[in-house]
Design a protein around this ligand. Sequence first.
Ligand code: KG4
Ligand code: ZN
Length: 338
Amino acid sequence: MWQEDKETLVLGIETSCDETAAAVVQNGRYVRSEVVWSQVKRHAEFGGVVPELASRMHLEAIAKVVDLALSDAGISPSDLSAVAVTHGPGLVGALLVGVGFAKAFAYRQQKRLIAVHHLVGHLAANFVEYPDLEPPFLALIVSGAHSHLVEVSAYDRYRLIGRTRDDAAGEAFDKIARAMGLGYPGGQKLDKLAQAGTPVFDLPQTAFPDSLDFSFSGLKTASLNWLHKLEQRGEVVAKEDIAATVQKAIVDQLVSHTEAALHQSRLKKLVVAGGVAANSGLRDALFDLKARMKIEVMLPRIAWCTDNAVMIASAGYFLGQHGEFASLDLNARPVLAM
Ligand code: KG4
Ligand code: ZN
């Protein structure tokens, strides 16, 4: 546990996918430094993340990224209270680089080690964006591999009340963007196009009775079929309008389920996190929801929606506050429940 009156500095390390990131955060709320070394350009040549390449690039970058985070914060390793690292879920080879480095660092510097769940990390970005934010709240966590609705009743109490039964929202964005020839990273590119387009019709939605679960696979298949038909018939629909149609369908489902979850849980505060939280259509729709339901809506700045280490250091602080430290036999967990 931390000493209440002490300035607690946590070094966060994130390597679960294609960003090598390190950050120093004070008392879980204040950023002292942040470094993100993105591999996006390299993976773009292949149209998506190449796992082995990601591991190798993390291995090359990790020591420099951590050194830079410490020097930017103006501290030496001895000033740290702990090192927090993402141990899952994610690409196993990529996670192993961060976990291995964090363990060696903790051992060498005799610091405590904290294992952070990547999605708990995403949520914690909001504790830094909104220093007064406290549970309870409803969380919508939307990333490349997860679409979760979670009731957060305390810093360490999560209840999953809705999840995707097939593709995640980010995955749907990426796969449709790829079929449109937009390349990687697709979600962001599709978003940019959608901002200049108008939806042309409502794509079909899959719903499960009495459930808050998401499903994006039907909507994805309908989009791909639509693209094929347009090509076969030689019909032209502006790429901007196709993007706007797809974006509206994904956003509609995310927002309608979130609205139902807010009614069900009676929570008045909504916290949104993960890469898809950067989506302009989703941000606009949540702004409307806020006005309509008279609730509070929290969204981190764009840079803290996608992968970063500020969120890992912050989540690590709150775990440390509950005495949840890891031992040096910590392993990477590619699949890990929240
Ligand atoms: O959280 P994140 O950076 O990594 C994971 O933990 O997966 O999320 C990445 C996902 C990708 O699917 C990416 O296409 C999506 O977030 N994304 C977006 C936008 N920015 C990132 N999707 C839609 N619109 C965006 N502006
Ligand atoms: Zn992520």
